[in-house]
Design a protein around this ligand. Sequence first.
Ligand SMILES: CC(C)(COP(=O)(O)OP(=O)(O)OC[C@H]1O[C@@H](n2cnc3c(N)ncnc32)[C@H](O)[C@@H]1OP(=O)(O)O)[C@@H](O)C(=O)NCCC(=O)NCCS
Length: 150
Amino acid sequence: MAQEADEPTIQAATWRDFRHVLLLERACFEGDAWPWVDILAALTFPETVPLKAVRAGRIVGFVIGDRRRREGLGWIASIGVHPDVRRRGLARRLLRACEVSLGTPRIRLTLRASNTAALQLYQSSGYIDAGRWSRYYRDGEDAILMEKTL
Ligand SMILES: CC(C)(COP(=O)(O)OP(=O)(O)OC[C@H]1O[C@@H](n2cnc3c(N)ncnc32)[C@H](O)[C@@H]1OP(=O)(O)O)[C@@H](O)C(=O)NCCC(=O)NCCS
């Protein structure tokens, strides 16, 4: 029972969550973190799907989806889980909830080539390799492009 009460719940995030999502994004991504204005846009634009994971009133995870309706394509633009609650299946739950909310037949995402945690998460969630963007990140690292067909 206690474990169930501890289980984070996944909910829609709004502009009211701005400060907490921003802090978590910075904690998860450091140098790759989005500028605050992009986070605010993601929490307010109609074609984005921002979700938060809440445990004991605290945001411990988030995911931001982006819908390109005309292309039938959704993007997982960002996903992060607080270090204290990692490896408990939360990213997988957030990812799945975002895919469902996006409602597009195809979902894409990119990740750093060296991000093995994310790579294993996406591979085990049904994403396959769809290309490579050379020197995509500021420090010159390549991005891996992955895609899932629902
Ligand atoms: C990547 C991240 C979101 C994973 O969050 P999480 O809640 O710990 O992930 P989950 O518990 O749902 O893990 C699901 C699967 O992903 C893989 N995985 C997650 N973390 C891993 C790690 N550190 N090493 C290897 N595989 C890992 C495993 O296959 C795992 O399944 P398993 O636990 O049954 O083996 C989290 O580590 C994070 O926030 N990292 C920093 C931000 C980031 O890199 N985001 C992705 C950008 S593309």
